[in-house]
Design a protein around this ligand. Structure first.
Ligand SMILES: Cc1cc2nc3c(=O)[nH]c(=O)nc-3n(C[C@H](O)[C@H](O)[C@H](O)COP(=O)(O)OP(=O)(O)OC[C@H]3O[C@@H](n4cnc5c(N)ncnc54)[C@H](O)[C@@H]3O)c2cc1C
Length: 398
């Protein structure tokens, strides 16, 4: 191919924009087709584990992301009722231990950084993809308005309900995980001073856990409360509910939580879905990236991080094989599929451990967490996630 390849990305979320950024920096012609009328993210927080921060570094936006994020010295894992500290993960040491810090960021701020870094990418809004066709040398995306676009490579970064995934691999449905969650955001300076808004917190209880951490350089406190329940199965980022639902569900939990909840003016609830890992992501000249490829439970705090890593590897593979894009896609897959699969399955396993119902099982887990933290050797994280955090995507594909 003598001209630069034309890459069309379906979806302008975190994964789609990160891919656009990585690709345009490799000199491809990149077009993002986003169904919404503007780029938008919901008012929620994201945890960026050290591997995700290294992905931001590889994408050339670490400084910008750091500038809008928060950093905590500790993640305090606490008992739901007594408030006892089960373990304190020393996040302040992550830079030294894993080569990057853990950051917490408002999703809209991350999206703005990615969008602001784009120079040559064309973004088409109101472009809802309804189907994908193609063969060995070309892919075609079709849109709800009757239009179509041809691509040398088509990337489905269209989230958990991916149209591209369905077109490539059939209609396997997202799986309801039996967990629901509520999400709120409180102004940090309004929260009573005895509630720690500087460190990250994770409260572990029967059938559920609650996390909160600062975002937007400490201005806001992101709160996410998870519980095992089949009472609600709608997967929506924008379904509002009353704080009373949260108060009722967590009525017996520590007062730091029940006093905290009312400080969020709005509450949203949604049911958590994931998808079984795929062994292949590509077909012909089309491939998947982000949640379309590996939607997972949020319990490793790394779904978006995986999308950032995908973005870098896809662009590096295309940069390495611009004249052989089929090979580039198989390199991309071979690097990404095993790691993403481990994350999907690892997050499922965490759901069980986080939500243990038996007090004895919880005690055993808590003691294990505390011991790992103190004596766990190199990977002394309570959750044994060194394999996830130590990875540096910037080292992939030279
Ligand atoms: C409760 C919760 C908490 C989470 N916390 C974390 C965390 O702490 N850390 C972390 O790393 N990850 C976290 N995640 C996961 C993270 O949110 C996702 O992995 C990430 O948003 C995936 O990005 P994406 O770009 O692949 O998909 P999305 O963010 O879903 O973006 C998809 C984009 O595609 C567009 N689109 C969809 N269909 C079409 C179509 N047919 N045509 C055109 N455009 C289309 C959408 O409008 C959207 O803009 C969490 C998830 C949940 C549910």
């Amino acid at each position: 191919m003598t001209r630069a390849p034309r890459i069309v990305i379906i979806g302008g979320g975190i994964g789609g924009l990160a891919a656009a950024l990585a690709l345009e920096r490799r000199g491809t012609e990149t077009i993002v087709c986003e169904q919404s009328p503007t780029l938008s993210e919901i008012g929620a927080g994201l945890n960026l584990t050290p591997n995700a921060v290294k992905a931001c570094r590889a994408l050339g936006v670490e400084r910008e992301v750091d500038a809008v994020s928060s950093k905590s010295d500790f993640l305090n894992i606490r008992d739901w009722k007594s408030g006892r500290y089960i373990s304190r993960t020393r996040r302040g040491e992550f830079q030294k231990k894993f080569g990057a810090p853990n950051l917490t960021v408002h999703r809209a701020d991350l999206l703005e950084v990615l969008a602001g870094a784009l120079k040559t990418t064309q973004i088409r809004f109101g472009a809802r993809c309804v189907g994908v066709e193609g063969g060995e040398r070309l892919a075609v995306a079709r849109f709800a308005d009757g239009g179509a676009i041809e691509a040398d490579v088509l990337v489905g970064a269209d989230g958990i309900h991916s149209v591209v995934r369905n077109a490539l691999f059939g209609t396997d449905a997202p799986r309801f995980t039996g967990c629901i969650c509520w999400r709120g955001m409180a102004p940090a300076d309004a929260v009573p001073h005895d509630i720690n808004t500087i460190d990250g917190a994770m409260w572990m209880g029967p059938h559920g856990h609650v996390v909160h951490y600062p975002v937007r350089r400490g201005e806001l406190l992101n709160i996410v409360a998870h519980i095992d329940s089949n009472a609600w199965t709608e997967e929506s980022w924008t379904r509002e509910c009353d704080v009373s639902e949260v108060m009722t569900t967590y009525a017996g939990w520590h007062s730091a939580l029940t006093r905290l909840y009312p400080y969020s003016e709005r509450w949203y609830k949604w049911a958590l879905y994931d998808r079984d890992p795929l062994e292949r992501w590509s077909s012909g000249r089309s491939t998947l990236l982000g949640d379309s490829a590996h939607a997972m439970l949020p319990y490793l705090g790394t779904g978006a991080g995986m999308a950032l890593e995908d973005a870098y590897v896809l662009a590096a593979a295309i940069g390495r094989q611009p004249d052989n894009l089929a090979t580039a896609l198989s390199i991309y897959e071979s690097v990404r599929v095993p790691r993403a699969k481990a994350a999907v399955l690892g997050a499922r396993a965490r759901a069980k451990e986080n939500h243990l119902a038996s007090p004895w099982a919880r005690l055993k887990r808590d003691v294990t967490f505390a011991l790992r933290e103190r004596f766990g050797g190199e990977d002394n994280t309570a959750f044994q996630v060194g394999w996830l955090y130590e990875y540096d995507v910037g080292q992939e594909l030279g």
